[in-house]
Design a protein around this ligand. Sequence first.
Ligand code: ZN
Length: 317
Amino acid sequence: MTPSVHGVHHVTVICGHPQENLDFYAGVLGLRLVKRTVNQDVPDTYHLFYADGVGTPGTDLTFFPWPQMAPARYGVGLAVEIPLAIPVGSLPYWESRFEMHGVARGEPETRFGEATLPFRDPHGLELALVETDDERSWTPWQAGPVPADHQIRGMHAVRLLERELTPTAEALEASMGFEPFGEEAGWHRWVVDGGGSGRIIEMRQQPAGSRGAWGTGSVHHVAWRVADDEEEMTLRASVRDAGLRPTAPIDRFWFRSVYFREPGGVLLELATDGPGFLRDEALESLGETLILPPWLEARRDEIESALPPLESPTSAA
Ligand code: ZN
């Protein structure tokens, strides 16, 4: 039997100035900054993790602020949109909140029967809010600027643009347990682990599309949930057997990661649900101070002095 991932774990994005990022994701979208740390491979750069009130896997959107980078080039071989889950009936709340904060948004539409509002973050990343009553594991952020009954529940899906669908579809089906679900308006949907919100990938084929490129406002990678190290190794072997080239597991301290590119070029990751963000911080004060993994702690002074200061979000309720 094909082993299966359990849905989106996190999505990591390249953004512009970190203060603008914090003001938007915590101040406007009402996500909780659950970890203020650095990019472990480039420690003079922040790595900001936003999630629900407790950092539940599947609610976690993370950012590398690289304001000096050029804007992303939209095109094939990239994840191009992140749909986020909200409760059924919450779209009017969000439309007026977006109006109040001047958020760039598209027209409401229906996707696979679900009311959807596409919008864009200050650095050009395409997102959407999708109303869903699917069961989700989620805990509200009680101190956040958005009332709990309208808060974002986590990643609903991810959307990829591909030059050719078949090689990617075959690899995802053969190695990670994805199953075809249907097509609508050119977007082909696959689901995993029984489907539902957070267990969806959608892809569109653009045979003549030009190659996309990373930059501010682009998705860097999409991580998929595995329960533990053992399941990660099973999935890693499965990915390798499908002809892809997974890295060895890398200890990210809050989870363990394996990276690989799918045949169309999008960088994917397998990430364990644990140990999680409460490993080194108390729940009440998550995200308030700069946290470094133990192996970077000796370089704290040097790292801190290279990072721009970050103030609490300016735009509250
Ligand atoms: Zn990641």
